[in-house]
Design a protein around this ligand. Structure first.
Ligand SMILES: [Cu+2]
Length: 256
């Protein structure tokens, strides 16, 4: 879909109560479609449904997530791409790359425990890139793998969907060209890292212009505010919530 098109989305509350929020979407004249239960609507009761209808007046990358309780911490979320012009050309759109913290106890259980105490969320057990990661012990789980080709330019749509972790993201040996931030097209600029706060989105271009080799894409947890058990290892710099980019022959593999 693209800018100036109307989204019509049917949401079912099959998991219990819910409401679905369209992060960063301007709801001009459609405030009741914002999905923020307790503010713009009552939550859907279990078994109810709602048709969210609103006009896309912006373009770029965002995400939707449950706004009910701690539900999105358990994965009730997803990416949204609204097509529009890019401020710099690229060859291939790799799609959305969500980065998040992950708890081995469900967010709902943690919420029940913490709410009466007023305590901060516990240290996250792991971090996920594109929904997967090797376990903190180094075994179990896996890195995600994409294949990209040397010599081409790729669009990567970064989104931090975490509950409590902020990330510093970078790709070893490569600069990133930022072309959009939070639905706002930018004058392209290059950087070797980006700070990705919770909810934040950046569209970046990666130029596969280095020697054919393996390169880590790092999402390092910034522990001053929220922490992650998988970032306190001695491997911290190399292994923390990382995306590996391999160049092999004329191909590059993006591995998470
Ligand atoms: Cu949001």
């Amino acid at each position: 879909m693209g800018k100036n098109e109307t989204l019509i989305i049917l949401a079912f509350a099959d998991l219990g109560s819910t409401s679905i929020h369209w992060h960063g979407v301007s709801q001009i004249d459609t405030n009741n479609m914002d999905g923020v239960n307790g503010v713009t609507e009552c939550p859907l009761a279990p078994g109810q449904s709602k048709t969210y209808t609103f006009l896309a007046t912006q373009y770029g990358t965002t995400w939707y997530h449950s706004h009910f309780s701690s539900q999105y911490g358990d994965g009730v979320l997803g990416p949204i791409i609204i097509n529009g012009p890019a401020s710099q050309n690229y060859d291939v759109d790799l799609g959305v790359l969500p980065v998040t913290d992950w708890y081995y106890t469900s967010a709902q259980q943690l919420d029940y425990r913490l709410a009466p105490t007023g305590n901060l969320p516990p240290v996250a057990d792991n971090g996920l890139i594109n929904g997967t990661m090797v376990g903190p012990s180094g075994s179990g789980g896996k890195y995600n793998i994409n294949t990209i080709q040397s010599g081409k330019t790729y669009l990567l749509r970064l989104v931090n969907t975490a509950v409590d972790n902020h990330f510093r993201v970078s790709l070893d040996g490569h600069l990133m060209t930022v072309i959009q931030a939070d639905f706002v097209a930018t004058e392209p600029y290059t950087t070797d890292w980006l700070f990705l706060a919770i909810g934040q989105r950046y569209d970046v271009l990666i130029h596969a212009n280095q020697t054919v080799d393996n390169y880590w894409f790092r999402a390092q947890v910034q522990s001053a505010c929220g922490d992650n058990a998988n970032s306190s290892k001695s491997y911290r710099l190399l292994m923390t919530v990382t995306l590996l980019t391999q160049y092999r022959q004329h191909q590059v593999y993006l591995c998470i």
